[in-house]
Design a protein. Structure first.
Length: 290
């Protein structure tokens, strides 16, 4: 291979990697297939997809089924070498980000200390909340060490991937706090993504951070307070989204957009336009009399 050919291949790989990183939730496999057809270099695309797929899955808290359990792929349970662990049932497994298959499941030892007891209690309480309020949602709690401090990270994931209806959406949040005596600061980060691709290409991304101080004295009471806090913040962001959609509908589309549309001096038959499903729909227009 000449130097020029090597540079072209490097540029192509960089472009492929950039497009793979922009894959909306639930569409990574489709993007890989499309790039294989466009680039006409399946080996190069799959090579880049193997690396980009790990980042895509961990960033989106992708759920996988292992031994009858739903496990979230995150940065918090990544053991390296494409291995992940599930703290609730104490096992680890290998995951192929390109094929989506799991293999080589092994027991994963976890020290049964005070932090693990708190993690297990929080996992059960959060899982009960998610099952009640998120259809098809999943959650998991992980324990991490930061120096001498023990940290707990609670992850929530809920999605609706409906390519037949030309719409995919993801709701995820993670909640981090330290097991410090008396009081701790809980920090939550929301990420909502929506992709609509019927007769349009609409991407919506919403990010929000929240925090609250909670008492760390009684384990059971903390779980109740934590779930109550998460539920309140979930409701706030849900209501805010509904209000913004209503405002967008009333203000932007009805008022601002109508004022800025060009004056064509023609009548538009809106009923006939709404009934049409394609751009080829014939729209009846009648000239305005002078």
């Amino acid at each position: 291979m000449s130097v020029e050919q090597g540079q072209r291949k490097s540029e192509k790989a960089s472009l492929i990697c950039g497009l793979l990183r922009q894959s909306p939730p639930g569409e990574f496999e489709q993007v890989v297939q499309d790039l294989c057809a466009l680039a006409q270099d399946e080996e190069l695309v799959k090579q880049e997809a193997a690396r980009a797929g790990a980042r895509h899955n961990k960033n989106n808290f992708t759920p996988v089924q292992v031994n009858g359990n739903t496990v979230l792929l995150t940065n918090y349970n990544d053991l390296g070498g494409n291995r992940f662990f599930y703290p609730q049932d104490k096992f680890s497994f290998e995951f192929d980000h390109l094929s989506g298959l799991t293999s080589k499941t092994h027991l994963h030892r976890v020290m049964l200390d005070e932090g693990e007891l708190w993690r297990g209690a929080l996992h059960k309480g959060l899982n009960a909340y998610v099952n009640r309020h998120f259809p098809g949602g999943n959650s998991c709690v992980f324990k991490k060490s930061l120096g001498k401090r023990q940290m707990l990270v609670a992850c929530i994931e809920a999605h609706q991937y409906q390519p037949v209806k030309h719409c995919n959406s993801l709701w995820k949040s993670d909640w981090t706090f330290a097991l410090t005596p008396v009081m701790t600061r809980v920090t939550g980060v929301f990420l909502l993504q929506l992709h609509y691709f019927r007769n349009a290409n609409l991407h919506v991304t919403i990010r929000k951070s929240v925090s609250e101080s909670l008492h760390v004295i009684d384990r059971n009471q903390f779980v109740l307070d934590f779930v109550k806090f998460v539920k309140a913040e979930d409701n706030k962001i849900h209501n805010a989204i509904l209000e913004n959609i209503q405002t967008l509908s009333e203000l932007t589309w009805r008022n601002n957009l109508r004022r800025r549309l060009p004056i064509t001096r023609t009548f538009m038959n809106w009923n006939e336009l709404l009934n049409g499903q394609h751009l080829e729909t014939n729209v009846f227009r009648k000239e305005v009399p002078p």
